[in-house]
Structures are given as C-alpha cells and as structure tokens.
Design a binder for this molecule. Structure first.
Ligand SMILES: *Cc1c(COP(=O)(O)O)cnc(C)c1O
Length: 356
C-alpha cells in the first residue's frame, strides 16, 4: 500500500549494471554463474537481485549462506537451483531437501544422513580451513554421495584469489583438481569474484561464484580486468538546512568547529543504517555534483554536511555513493573497513528500488 511516509534513504539498484556485470563475469569465467545472494544480496536486497538475475541466461543458480536465506529464496519460485554454502544442522537437512536446496556435504556421516531425494555439493577444503572435507578424505565422501545418487556438485573456496600473489590460489586449485579426478563428473565450482578476475577460466569448472564483483567492485590491482559498474547508488534525504556561525561546533563531542559561517544540511542517514561511524571527519558526499564534507560525528540516524554556497532544500536527495563520484570503496576506507562490510551492513530502514 502506498504510504505518504517516506524512507530517509534509498538504494537505487541498477538492473543494467547488474546484468552487464554478470555477462562480463560469466564471459571471463567461461561458465555460467552461481550468483551469491547471501546477506540480502550484499545489502542490495535478496529478492530484487535474485529476480533480476533470474532473467539472465548467464545465471545457473543462486548461492546463499544460511538456511533461512535458502527458504526465503525458494519462496520466490524463480526456477533456478539454490545452493547452500554452510552446513545445515541435522534437523534442517530434510526441510532443505524438500525445498530442493542443494546441500553442502563434508563428511561420510553427513553423506549417509541425506534423504534419498536430496542433492549434494561436496565441499572440499583446499586451504581456506573454514569448511569442507580435507582433500585426502573428500574423494571417499564424494564417491559415497555418488553411490547414493545424490551428488550434483563439488566445490572449494579460495583464500587469497583477490590478492596480487596467486601461488597459494594455484596450489588450492591443484588440490581441488586432484579430488575431482577421483570423482565421477560433477558440477565443479571454485572461483569467487577474485578468482574470476585474477585466474580467468579454470579447466573443468561448471559454474563460478562471483559475489562482490557482480555488485560492481574489484580489488584495486584488478580494476582494469573487466568494466564492472557499481549496481547500487545510495541516496539520503536532506531533513533540515540551517546556518552555523564561525566558532560553533557541530555534532556530538564538539569534534568539529566551524572555521567560518556555514550553511549546513542535516541528512537522514547514520550508523544505524550502516554508514560507518568511523568515517567521522573523513567522510564526504556528493551534493549538486560537488564533493562536500560531512561535518563532525556521524550520528545514529543523521549526519551534517557543508552545503555552503549551494542552494540546497529540505526534502532533496543527495548521493552518498554511486556509479559517479564517491564509491563504496572510499567510504569503506574512511571507515577503516572493506566494501563487503559496508554493503552488508546496510540496514532495513533503507528502501531498495530497481532502476534501469
Ligand atoms: C561469499 C562467498 C563467495 C563470493 O565471494 P566474493 O569475494 O564476494 O566474490 C563465493 N564462495 C563462497 C563459498 C562464499 O562464501
């Protein structure tokens, strides 16, 4: 139902940017994508991204981190496979199997316990040391899954594919290939976004799992590999415009003193929405095409911006980050963190809106 009550911040989700990124990534990987839509699609909205991506012939399926995400995705009935990436509890396994969710398996006990109609992806730990069967145990688990008729895929995860030094990523891939050689043919997958950008097409793979890259970001040393575009433009509303006199302080703690008379816009976005509080005294936003500083402490629900000399009005939308101007990468750096954390931290008060 339409309501006259507006959100104070909105994330514009570009359909074209997403679909172009997916095409570019699938092209470089040489295989279709198992698109990670975990953590509300990296803050972009699971439902919006999964629906848009389902239009793309480059997308084989969707990957999620936790069972509830799998359940939410299954309820959308998009007709694409859903792969769960972390271990379910024994009680969750039959529920997920009934939903058609592909289940990660790392042990013989898990392989035995799967219902006969389940579909499994063997998880192989080639060096991340987070999840999966060690390579020396993985073949037996995979063979048992195959005997039971439930083996669909096998996968591993790179620990260092987004770093300049790739020898460990190559070693992980060799370990994975050795396991695959002991299994019947399966849908194999290894590369995350960093892997696709740095390693390109890998032999024997059936799909690839680019997360952050699908949403438009590459590590600095891989910027030029593909023309990825940020999918999200984050905007926030000006809730108040006022004058502050030279010598007065702005916001909590009085950290910032106005060096001269200023025109100040108060903006309806804060750390409760995921805008990093640690960006205080570094942050900038884009107002009328100009880069303008955020003044003083970032608050829970608001921050203040120097709009001196600009004709800014209450109710206007300003760009916090987007395709032009300020990037999430800059905001993350100001906050002492990474794009992943900034995007996945975006809160429920922000509207997500699809644009072309
Ligand atoms: C999150 C995740 C990905 C995606 O990683 P990006 O670095 O965002 O490309 C791929 N595979 C697994 C197992 C993951 O957990």
């Amino acid at each position: 139902m339409a309501s006259p009550l507006e959100a104070r911040a909105r994330a514009l989700i570009s359909r074209a940017a997403l679909l172009d990124n997916l095409t570019a990534l699938a092209g470089r990987a040489g295989v279709p994508l198992l698109l990670p839509v975990k953590a509300d699609a990296y803050g972009h909205s699971l439902e919006i991204i999964a629906r848009l991506a389902a239009e793309s012939p480059q997308v084989w399926g969707h990957a999620v981190a936790v069972p509830r995400e799998a359940q939410a995705l299954a309820a959308l009935n998009l007709g694409k496979p859903i792969v769960l990436l972390t271990p379910p509890t024994p009680q969750e396994v039959p529920v997920l199997a009934d939903l058609g969710v592909r289940i990660p398996v790392a042990t013989l006990a898990e392989a035995e316990a799967l219902p006969a109609h389940a579909r499994a992806h063997l998880k192989v730990d080639t060096g991340m040391n987070r999840l999966g069967a060690r390579p020396e145990d993985a073949v037996a688990v995979g063979r048992r899954l195959a005997e039971r008729g439930v083996l669909e895929g096998a996968y591993t995860h790179f620990a260092t594919s987004d770093e300049p030094e790739l020898s460990f990523a190559h070693e992980q891939f060799r370990r994975f290939q050795a396991v695959l050689a002991g299994l019947p043919p399966v849908l194999a997958h290894a590369s995350n976004g960093g892997g696709i950008l740095s390693l390109g097409a890998l032999p024997g793979m059936g799909v690839a799992r680019p997360g952050l890259a699908s949403y438009g970001f590459a590590p600095p040393h891989l910027h030029d590999v593909l023309p990825l575009r940020p999918v999200m433009t984050l905007q926030a509303q000006v809730t108040f415009v006022h004058d502050v006199r030279a010598g007065e302080t702005i916001s909590y703690g009085g950290l910032y003193t106005a060096p001269r008379d200023l025109r100040v816009a108060t903006v309806g976005l804060g750390y409760a929405d995921g805008y990093p509080r640690n960006a205080t005294l570094h942050a900038h936003v884009t107002v009328h095409g100009e880069r303008r500083p955020v003044l003083g402490r970032i608050c829970m629900d608001q921050f203040m911006v120097d709009v001196s000399g600009l004709d800014v009005e209450q109710g206007e939308w300003i760009d916090v980050w987007g395709q032009a101007g300020i990037t999430v990468s800059e905001v993350a750096a100001w906050g002492g963190t990474i794009e992943y954390e900034v995007l996945t931290g975006l809160g429920a008060r922000i509207d997500r809106i699809v644009v072309t």
